[in-house]
Design a protein around this ligand. Structure first.
Ligand code: MG
Length: 368
């Protein structure tokens, strides 16, 4: 089987509500999404999506995905999409780094490989759990009152897990954490995501002021060096997210004990092929995981769900469904959707959901 054609689509995805992270430093209103239709000489068609969380969140750039695909396409055409490692190596040779540009091509390859094998991607990767995964909300608010209101909005949609965005203002962060913990329900999963918004001193101030609550903090500081510098000075569990990009990052975090949880975002780390290695490093070191799309539609959410399903239930805390935060529907309501705050693994071969081409408009580029 050979890849014969790549069609690239660009769609802007407006968010339902304006969204702030990192203590209001970063505001997001629309996501730049790229979709890839991968055709083969066997008639199988795979789809991939790459949607960074804007261009201020981590080093990733929506237009850069399309430019990257233009560069990599000649190296990928003609390869067998079922041989995902061959495709991965070809992309890494053609364009070192730029993992976010590679993830949609990797996703389309896994979609085709699953269809060819007659298996959902998670089963093709070795076996997918059918335990529904709780969806973590993304509470991009700034004040105590806003935070309560957004959590309540998600509770009404059935959500039992919440990622509360904090960072940037010590007193306000402490107040928001204490308020959320006061209204937290039994069984609710809450993660406090700083999105790099604290200096080392700010991190230690907030963590020590809330240590009686034993809450978990995600990406408290900018770099792994910062997180390492404070790690011996507090007892709170830490999740690392933005600073977990490569296998080398995962190895360092695991070896040096810098985090108890990995936040794996598929687009940031370059897709399923590379993310599976991060999963294995985590499992080998007693590190639990959140698995998420970096942003985007039901396609990106479903990709994340397949990886989440390959993690033993006890070690996968939650996934995230960006589809509930955007106002554009590109798959006619098909694919895994929020059911009582959970996503259920699709049983159809491959990814399990494809977009309506009419909803994507004309391709912005075609390579064959
Ligand atoms: Mg995060």
């Amino acid at each position: 089987m050979k890849i014969t054609r790549l069609s690239v689509y660009h769609v802007d995805l407006p968010l339902e509500h304006p969204y702030w992270i990192s203590g209001g430093r970063l505001k997001h209103e629309v996501l730049d999404a790229t979709f890839v239709k991968m055709e083969t000489d066997a008639g199988l068609i795979g789809w991939g999506e790459g949607t960074p969380w804007g261009h201020t969140y981590v080093p990733a750039h929506g237009p850069g995905i399309r430019a990257g695909i233009e560069t990599m396409a000649p190296f990928v055409l003609g390869l067998d999409p079922r041989r995902v490692l061959d495709v991965e190596r070809a992309m890494d040779l053609a364009l070192p780094g730029h993992l976010y540009a590679k993830s949609p091509l990797d996703m389309a390859c896994w979609d085709i490989a699953g269809q060819a094998a007659g298996l959902p991607i998670a089963d093709l990767m070795g076996g997918g759990s059918r335990t529904p995964r709780p969806i973590a909300s993304s509470v991009g608010a700034r004040t105590v009152a806003d935070t309560r209101a957004v959590i309540e909005r998600y509770r009404q949609r059935g959500y039992v897990a919440h990622s509360v965005k904090i960072g940037g203002d010590v007193a306000r962060d402490i107040a928001r954490i204490r308020d959320v913990e006061a209204i937290r329900r039994d069984g609710e999963i809450v993660l406090y995501d700083v999105n790099r918004g604290w200096s080392r001193a700010q991190a230690l101030q907030v963590i020590s002021a809330t240590q009686d609550l034993t809450v978990m903090f995600e990406q408290p500081c900018e770099t792994l060096d910062d997180i390492a510098a404070i790690s011996g000075k507090h007892a709170a569990p830490v999740s690392v997210d933005e600073s977990l990009v490569t296998l080398q990052d995962a190895a360092r975090i695991a070896r040096d004990g810098l985090a108890e949880v990995f936040g794996i975002k598929l687009n940031r780390v370059g897709g399923l092929t590379k993310a599976a290695r991060l999963r294995d490093v985590a499992l080998a070191h007693g590190i639990d995981m959140f698995v998420m799309a970096t942003g985007g539609t039901v396609l990106a959410d479903t990709e994340a769900l397949h990886l989440a399903a390959t993690i033993p239930d006890a070690h996968c805390h939650a996934v995230w469904a960006c589809q509930d935060m955007i106002t554009t529907e590109i798959a006619g309501g098909r694919g895994p959707r929020n059911i009582d705050g959970h996503l259920h693994l699709p049983e159809s071969p491959g990814l399990g959901v494809h977009p309506d081409e009419d909803a994507l408009g004309d391709p912005v580029a075609v390579y064959s």
